[in-house]
Design a binder for this molecule. Structure first.
Ligand code: ADP
Ligand code: ADP
Length: 225
């Protein structure tokens, strides 16, 4: 059974069909990118998987269970936003532990998990800083740590690296691949940047004007004659 299975997913905003009859599967442990130009429906599709937006029609199954209609916190999914959305008045550790606290995880376990995930993203010792005391790349790591700390099955990324300069972006791409492998998590990464999509992902879902153009591995889509 696929970890994520999307069937006939459609989202209309008035007369506009932002996502148009989209179907794809993602297997456990894959790193898949949704690639397409601005306005092609990538974010809307991702937001429906996360539960921030309800489909007009279609099916979203996580581990076989239809999640349409269930709120975001009940889905085994976390999202890293383009603007990262860190809480500026909370420390790095509080940002990471926030969701665990909401779920009633005791302080000692929160601390242990927070320390472990800070190590994973190579920010050990940064727990008591605030986000404004960190570089752009370090803030990216905090957002990633926050998305990983409760060990979700699936992490969604809405172009979080697009604001970084090229060198740092390439470094973070490698870090994403390392962390994905080490945490054994499934990643679904949205980008308009073909170079990024080719660099990080096992498979690509190519969208244009809300419709799927192609689905396949990097080799299938770009290297085969
Ligand atoms: P992408 O992420 O590929 O840039 P989006 O999913 O953000 O594309 O948007 C797809 C289309 O849906 C765009 O034309 C956008 O303007 C429109 N859209 C997105 N969200 C809304 C909304 N809340 N209300 C109306 N139109 C929207
Ligand atoms: P509370 O949030 O209940 O006030 P604490 O202030 O002890 O509890 O901790 C806040 C959150 O951050 C918890 O998730 C805790 O486990 C974690 N935490 C606090 N400081 C650090 C740190 N320096 N390094 C790692 N984790 C920390």
């Amino acid at each position: 059974m696929s970890l994520l299975s999307v069937r006939g997913l459609t989202k209309e905003f008035g007369n506009l069909t932002a996502v148009d009859d989209v179907s794809f599967d993602i297997e456990d442990g894959e790193f898949v990118s949704i690639l397409g130009p601005s306005g092609s429906g990538k974010s809307t599709a991702l937001r429906m998987v996360a539960g921030f937006e309800e489909p007009t029609s279609g099916e979203i199954r996580l581990d076989g269970e239809d999640v349409v209609g269930s709120p975001p916190f009940e889905r085994d999914v976390n999202m890293v936003f383009q603007d990262l959305a860190l809480f500026p008045h909370l420390t790095v550790a509080e940002n990471i532990g926030y969701g665990l606290k909401q779920r009633g995880v005791p302080a000692a376990e929160r601390r242990e998990r927070t320390e472990r995930i800070l190590e994973m993203v190579r920010l050990d010792g940064y727990g008591d800083r605030t986000p404004s005391e960190l570089s752009g790349g370090e803030q990216q790591r905090v957002a990633l740590a926050r998305a990983l700390v409760n060990e979700p099955a699936l992490v969604l990324f809405d172009e979080p690296l697009s604001s970084l300069d090229r060198k740092l972006r390439q470094h973070m791409q490698g870090e994403l691949q390392r962390i994905q492998a080490e945490t054994n998590t499934t990643f679904l990464y949205v980008t308009h940047d073909q170079e990024v999509a080719l660099a990080v992902s096992d498979r690509l879902v190519v969208l244009d004007e809300g419709r799927i153009q192609q689905v396949g591995t990097v080799e299938e889509l770009y290297e085969a004659p």
